[in-house]
Design a protein around this ligand. Structure first.
Ligand code: FAD
Ligand code: MG
Length: 339
């Protein structure tokens, strides 16, 4: 369902004319286990009046529908390729076979694994897609978690340095039996980036694309900044802070997305690769920056590293900023947001 918000412009010109009736188009759909949303402004003439005086409203709507279909297709394509929940995805293939042989993968997935490896290196392993070697044993819906004995046994399989990526023939090999990888902390940001690029190529100058906690923005909201809210981590329908943004991406990682509480302890989906347990130093991290893929992964990374180390990392990355909410629900800002 496409919701068209009309911002009608007064002034009707005579026959063979166009209403200068630019519009916002918005659409939401489920993908990758989360809600995805696309919103953009089309300057195209959206209606024309022919001699008989009837109005033929196709141009803008037709173009809008085509663009929305392309965004959906791109999100579903990446879901098919990188989902840990789909047997036939490339990701599932490497989880089945890469510990036994060097698996040839698409250049696209290879390049994303290279970005993930880079983020592991600069974060001293706080971002580590092999967290899934233990991560897949958590089931937040059914409130299930691995025992400490199972974690201790599987912990050596969490080790991004044990992934061999070979550019020449685009292969990936796991130098550890039992190793698994998961792109839940980076592939949604990548999908947002791909969709923004697609809209930009089509001439769209003002757009928002989001998938769960990952949002990318093209331009401003047609004359004013986009106002993006960061959810309050402990108050369901409240925002902790609203941030005016233009032409940026923002990702939020929170311990309130996928979790359960057992004996007063919160087990959630952001795993500390060093312990195999949920990371517990902060409750929410939002990272802002130009590249949606990096922003997605950096929010998870800073969450794992905690306040001091997380801010130290972000303050070393000139193109990125962070808003961290600690366990006492105090807000902390990286230095570029304090100027
Ligand atoms: P972020 O904080 O950005 O990332 C947290 C996620 O990153 C965790 O869920 C985990 O996947 C991963 N992670 C945890 N710790 C680390 C770490 N230390 N280093 C690196 N990564 C870490 N969910 C469903 O329920 N059903 C689906 O069908 C489904 N399909 C998906 C398909 C794809 C292609 C992807 C990418 C995810 C899918 N998911 C699905 C997962 C769901 O979307 C995740 O909960 C989501 O990716 C978490 O993103 P986030 O931005 O909320 O959390
Ligand atoms: Mg994310």
């Amino acid at each position: 369902m496409i919701r068209v918000i009309k911002l009608s412009v007064t002034g009707l010109l005579l026959s063979l004319s166009f209403f200068a009736n630019a519009q916002w188009f918005t659409h939401s759909f489920e993908v990758m286990g989360t809600l995805s949303h696309v919103e953009f402004w089309l300057d195209e003439p959206t209606a024309s009046q022919n001699d008989s005086g009837s109005v033929d409203k196709t141009n803008g709507n037709e173009k809008a529908q085509a663009l929305i279909a392309q965004v959906e297709q791109e999100m579903f394509r990446i879901d098919q390729q990188m989902s840990p929940y789909k047997e036939q995805s490339e990701l599932s293939l490497i989880n089945r076979e890469a510990a036994n042989r060097a698996v040839t993968i698409s250049a696209e997935l290879f390049d994303l694994l290279i970005v993930a490896q880079h983020l592991s290196k600069i974060s001293d392993g706080a971002f580590d897609i092999t967290y899934a070697s233990i991560g897949y044993q958590y089931n937040y819906r059914d409130k299930k978690r691995p025992s400490q004995a199972v974690i201790s046994e599987a912990l050596p399989a969490i080790n991004y340095t044990a992934i061999t990526l070979q550019k020449e023939n685009s292969t990936v090999f796991f130098n550890h039996q039992g190793m698994k990888v998961d792109l839940g902390g980076i592939a949604k940001g990548y999908a947002v980036k791909r969709c923004l690029n697609l809209l930009k190529k089509a001439g769209v100058a003002h757009a928002l694309v989001s998938a769960g906690g990952d949002t990318g923005l093209l331009g401003d909201r047609h004359g004013r900044p986009w106002l993006v809210g960061v959810k309050h981590p402990r108050a369901e329908h409240k925002m902790a802070v609203h941030i005016p943004l233009e032409n940026e991406a923002i990702s939020t990682s929170g311990d309130y997305e996928r979790y359960f509480i057992e004996d007063g302890v919160r087990y959630h989906h952001i795993i500390n690769p060093k312990t195999g347990d949920s990371a517990r130093k902060v409750v929410s991290v939002s990272v802002i920056g130009k590249d949606p893929t990096y922003v997605d992964a950096l929010s998870t990374t800073v969450f794992v590293k905690g306040l001091a180390e997380g801010l130290a990392l972000i303050n070393k990355l000139p193109e990125y900023e962070a808003i961290i909410i600690d366990n006492q629900q105090r807000l902390h800002y990286s230095k570029g947001l304090l100027q």
